[in-house]
Design a protein around this ligand. Structure first.
Ligand code: C2E
Ligand code: MG
Ligand code: MG
Length: 611
């Protein structure tokens, strides 16, 4: 073996032939053409040569002793390292050369002796070029595979990123949805989500005949007072505490929502009986009536609840909520801290109320009001000492409407201001006219009821001044009847107004005494001239003949505070006698006269009645 000429740039050719002559000739042809040539005379040498260095091409003689060319070729093709080295067979013309076998064992070509130099070179070159090309392809393949792998990896990474993005988008979307459907303070569902759940429940009633549910509409009583007096942070704290307590009264399948401000909505899911809803409402009211211990304050709270029964007759969830709301207002009207179950008549009533409000607006524009007058009798003289002005509404269709029906609506809508001022003006005007008649006893007084709402009107005193001035009235003959709700607020502003009225010598009367919640100490703070005992106490006097109920105590209180007493709603001689025995100063009631139209007043006075 000859390694001297081994040159790494040159292609390496291994010639395996047992004929030294052949070796020499081929070697010289190829060496001259620029190849590295190594020679092996037998299988053993060939093996060593390939193990030392893998040749680029093998020229292999077929006819050799011991191991022949086919076998050697087959062995090379079987080894992984040598399998792709091209083998060109050498055969002498007279050899029994089996070409098919040569190709089958892996040979790529053959040359025959005597050697045609050019042919040998071309065949060798071809095979080497083919091999290079194959190797190049192989390399490219590997490279391609590598690149594909890289790309796949990159793609996977991008995909992963994309998936992360999608997940975070989903999260954001859910968060936004959550914000849109929940109340930010309590984290409870808001009105939108509540309506959706109601809709689902209604749909279920269509599909399952046995499915029923109830809706509770809860409104906190007096929440605004807490919020306004203790501040919004305390209000928020209280709302959270309320939400927490409400949750405690429900089971997980129920829905609790904050519908706004101090209003909460509840869906009692899948209940079989309205009594279950009533029990829950009772429990809630009981729970809410317990003191709320907030971080800085202890607060008492109450709520009013309206209940509506979810059934398939409802077309829209909003109607269900509306009906629960209507029922809630009904329970509020009946006094706070109560519940009420909706019935269809209530809806009718709510509509009527709305109509009433519209009519009332028109009535103010068209001056559809009248004043009736009810005499007040002095129990010392038994004669008429004055009149109470009582408003009526001459409704174009319904006829005479009583104040009990429209005053609350007027108060709620603010229409009370023009109405009440008009009554005051009319009554003062009438008194100034009556005072010019000889039948009029001296001094005849006029009592006018003043709604509590009027006290928030900034120029109340000026208006009264103006009315007195325009009618040339002695203010000492004017009496203003005020209910306990006015003084319950006990604000300085109201005290000032009452003081100003007092300075003008206007008489102040506490109307409906005993029906409100004002404490006696409050009464002390205000300059009242008289107490008007509510008719309910006068009525009960007869039931309780021995001690005449609370009336003696009320007369006692008035006397001790230097106030006179007027008894309202006197209907019987017996009541009159009892009141006289108690030294009650004045009385008013059907026994003497019902409220009468203005034209009848002079006629009544002319008869100079005495009781
Ligand atoms: P009030 O001021 O307590 O008036 C007494 C009410 O008792 C009147 O009802 C009167 O008609 C009724 N009444 C008088 N005597 C008897 C009797 O012997 N038996 C019975 N059962 N009732 C008797 P009316 O006129 O329906 O007025 C109801 C309430 O409406 C008044 O109660 C007053 O609070 C309010 N009101 C009336 N007119 C006005 C007004 O011009 N302005 C304001 N703000 N409220 C008014
Ligand atoms: Mg009155
Ligand atoms: Mg009264």
């Amino acid at each position: 073996m000859n390694y001297e000429h081994l040159d790494s740039d040159k292609k390496d050719i291994l010639i395996i032939d047992d004929m030294a002559d052949n070796l020499r000739i081929l070697s010289s042809i190829l060496t001259r053409d620029g190849y590295n040539v190594r020679k092996a005379l037998n299988w053993q040498m060939a093996l060593t040569a390939t193990q030392t260095l893998l040749p680029d091409l093998i020229l292999l003689d077929i006819m050799m002793p011991e191991v022949d060319g086919y076998e050697i070729c087959q062995t090379f093709k079987a080894w992984e390292l040598t399998a792709d080295i091209p083998v060109i067979f050498i055969s002498a013309l007279d050899d029994v050369f089996d070409k098919v076998k040569a190709f089958r064992v892996g040979g790529v070509d053959y040359i025959t002796k005597p050697f045609e130099f050019q042919e040998v070179l071309v065949r060798v070159q071809n095979q080497l070029a083919l091999r290079s090309a194959r190797l190049e392809i192989l390399k490219l393949n590997v490279e391609l595979e590598h690149r594909v792998k890289q790309r796949t990896c990159e793609l996977e990474k991008t995909l992963q990123k994309l998936q992360q993005e999608i997940t975070s988008r989903h999260k954001l979307q859910n968060k936004l949805l959550d914000i849109a459907l929940h109340d930010s303070l309590t984290r409870l569902p808001n009105r939108v989500l509540f309506i959706r759940r109601l809709e689902n429940a209604l749909n279920r009633t269509q599909q399952e005949s046995s499915y029923q549910f109830a809706v509770l509409f809860l409104d906190c009583d007096r929440f605004k007072v807490v919020n306004d007096s203790l501040g919004h942070p305390v209000g928020d704290e209280l709302l959270l505490a309320i939400a927490h307590r409400l949750q405690g009264c429900l089971i997980p399948i129920d829905t609790l929502a904050r519908l706004g401000g101090d209003e909460f909505g509840i869906i009692l899911d899948n209940i079989t009986d309205i009594n279950i809803a009533i029990k829950v409402a009772e429990r809630i009211l009981q729970q809410l009536s317990l003191a709320f211990k907030l971080s800085r304050y202890e607060v008492f709270m109450n709520a009013s609840i309206g209940i509506s029964w979810g059934n398939k007759n409802y077309d829209r969830p909003e109607y269900l909520l509306r009906d629960a709301d209507t029922a809630m207002h009904r329970s509020k009207a009946q006094g706070r801290g109560k519940y009420h179950v909706f019935n269809p008549g209530m809806h009718q009533k709510a509509i009527q109320l709305l109509e009433l409000e519209n009519d009332l607006r028109r009535a103010v524009e068209r001056q559809e009001f009248l004043v009736y007058y009810q005499p007040i009798i002095s129990l010392t003289t038994g004669k008429i000492s004055g009149f109470e002005a009582l408003v009526r509404w001459q409704h174009p269709i319904r006829g005479l409407v009583y104040p009990g029906e429209f005053i609350p609506v007027a108060e709620e809508t603010g229409l009370i201001n023009p109405i009440n001022t008009w009554v005051l003006q009319s009554a003062c005007h009438q008194l100034s006219i009556w005072q010019h008649y000889p039948v009029t006893p001296e001094p005849l007084t006029i009592s006018v009821n003043l709604s509590a709402k009027l006290f928030s009107q900034p120029n109340l005193v000026e208006q009264i001044d103006r009315i007195i001035y325009e009618n040339q009235l002695n203010p000492a003959y004017l009496e203003l009847e005020i209910t306990e709700t006015v003084i319950m607020e006990n604000t300085d502003a109201i005290k000032i107004i009452l003081q100003q009225l007092k300075q003008r010598k206007i008489k102040l009367i506490m109307d409906d005494f005993g029906t409100g919640y004002s404490s006696l100490s409050y009464l002390h703070n205000f300059p009242f001239d008289a107490l008007k005992i509510d008719q309910s106490f006068v009525k009960r006097m007869q039931e309780n003949k021995e001690n005449m109920g609370l009336v003696p105590a009320m007369v006692g209180i008035a006397n001790s505070m230097g106030m006179s007493v007027i008894a309202e709603g006197v209907e019987t001689q017996e009541q009159l006698a009892q009141l006289r025995s108690l030294n009650c100063n004045f009385a008013q009631g059907y026994l003497f006269s019902k409220p009468i139209e203005q034209q009848l007043v002079l006629k009544l006075l002319a008869t100079a009645p005495q009781w």
